[in-house]
Design a protein around this ligand. Structure first.
Ligand SMILES: C[S@@+](CC[C@H](N)C(=O)[O-])C[C@H]1O[C@@H](n2cnc3c(N)ncnc32)[C@H](O)[C@@H]1O
Length: 223
């Protein structure tokens, strides 16, 4: 006598997962995740120097969060630079996190990944000594201001924020092109950082002879 086997239960898809999967950036990165590391080194400048300059301002962060960690290159750089730190990367794109997962595997439980949008604090226990936003804030439109407010809740009392991002461009056609790629380059990130944080290091640099400018910023929450 044959017995019909019950189908295994389908993995639970929560309403939050569904919301993330239809987010415009999830759609964008569904395709771009595969070419991200091959292409972005050519224009996402200032990421390595940001990690280096963090170490001039803090000796040994214990807990580090990267918001919008993408394929995880900064997570690796942070884990290498701060070998005692617990490093967490958060991102709303499952495709980007799949790439990150492969990169951070050698670090075991010291580097963790969270699949969600950064729309509420992450810390349930001790807060973070360092929050890194690398080319994520310019893509969070609307909402970059709320993200920076939320960072203040997630940062410990002496915590620092470190940001590398696009600033602006003198060329309207370039700003429009970047807009098509979900990036807003109107100086809004730096202006909002200055409202919420006191800079310890605040530099603007030129990309490709002034086609655009980008920022490297380290700050502590304003009292
Ligand atoms: C340009 S990539 C930067 C990735 C990485 N930080 C780097 O420097 O290479 C921006 C990342 O931010 C993520 N992102 C954008 N808005 C987000 C949000 N509200 N919450 C979490 N992640 C977000 C995107 O999915 C994407 O992976």
């Amino acid at each position: 006598m044959s017995t019909a086997l019950a189908a295994p239960p389908a993995p639970a898809v929560t309403p939050a997962d569904e919301r993330l999967s239809v987010h415009p950036l999830s759609g964008y990165y569904r395709w771009h995740a595969g070419i991200y590391d091959l292409t972005r080194w050519a224009f996402l400048f200032g990421r390595r120097s940001l990690v280096r300059s963090v170490s001039q301002h803090m000796m040994m962060p214990q807990r580090i969060l990267e918001i919008g960690c993408g394929t995880g290159s900064n997570l690796v750089a942070l884990a290498d630079r701060f070998p005692k730190a617990q490093v967490i990367g958060l991102d709303l794109s499952r495709d980007m996190l799949d790439r990150a997962r492969a990169k951070v595997r050698p670090y075991g439980s010291r580097v963790g990944l969270i699949h969600r949008a950064y729309d509420a604090p992450v810390a349930v226990g001790p807060r973070f000594d360092l929050i890194v936003c690398s080319y994520s804030l310019s893509m969070i439109n609307p909402g970059y201001d709320d993200v920076l407010r939320t960072c203040r809740h997630d940062l410990s009392e002496r915590g620092l924020i470190a940001v590398a991002d696009f600033h602006t461009s003198p060329h309207a056609w370039f700003r429009r092109w970047m807009g098509i790629n979900h990036v807003r380059m109107e100086g809004q990130v730096l202006a909002t950082l200055d409202q919420h944080f006191t800079p310890l290091s605040r530099h603007l640099h030129q990309g490709y002879g002034g086609l655009w400018s980008y920022l490297n910023y380290i700050g502590s929450p304003r009292a």
